[in-house]
Design a protein around this ligand. Sequence first.
Ligand code: TYD
Length: 204
Amino acid sequence: MTAPARTGRLVVLEGIDGAGTTTQGQRLETTLTARGRDVHLTREPTTGPIGRLLREYLAGRHHPSDATTLALLFAADRADHLAREIEPALARGALVITDRYYHSSLAYQGTGEDRDFIRTINRRARRPDLTLFLEVPVEIAAARRAADARPDELFDHLETQRAIAIGYRAALAALASEEQIVHLDGTQSLDQVADAILSRVLSL
Ligand code: TYD
């Protein structure tokens, strides 16, 4: 008799730039790995060929950075990410944590492109089991980015971040009846946010 297929869980971390998704993704991976879980931490844009091209756009190396082009590239990067990394990891039973997913496309590209179009080109992307949105005011997130001395990226302007925050609110509200999305206070200490994330993930 063949063993039943194992399926892992897909957890998404989302938030504006400086919300802490990268730090918290790493913390979660460390904690769960120490507890003996099979964890696969990944991110979008990916480290693959389309993700590398996207990082060039984000660094301002290609002009103009047209919203439709970016929406299509992010969707293509995601399809590649699913095929190359996410689906194989889920198939072996891993907990996959991705730092950003299609919610980012809805929020970021949604500032310049029709959100229905973005949903359409992301329709084949697997639904996450849980999405954690780290809620941080744009001013606090901007101060964190400045403290980290991160190089400026395409979407870093404060007004752009405000529009993205509004985009997240609308996009996540529209998805609320279709998938599990939890809003967490990302202004708390690193440990408090990490604990809140961990308890949500463990309850999956
Ligand atoms: P980020 O996650 O902050 O990574 P890094 O630390 O390397 O800068 O940057 C990714 C940027 O890409 C961020 O500004 C959000 C943006 N983005 C989109 O605009 N659309 C998307 O679909 C995704 C996944 C990211």
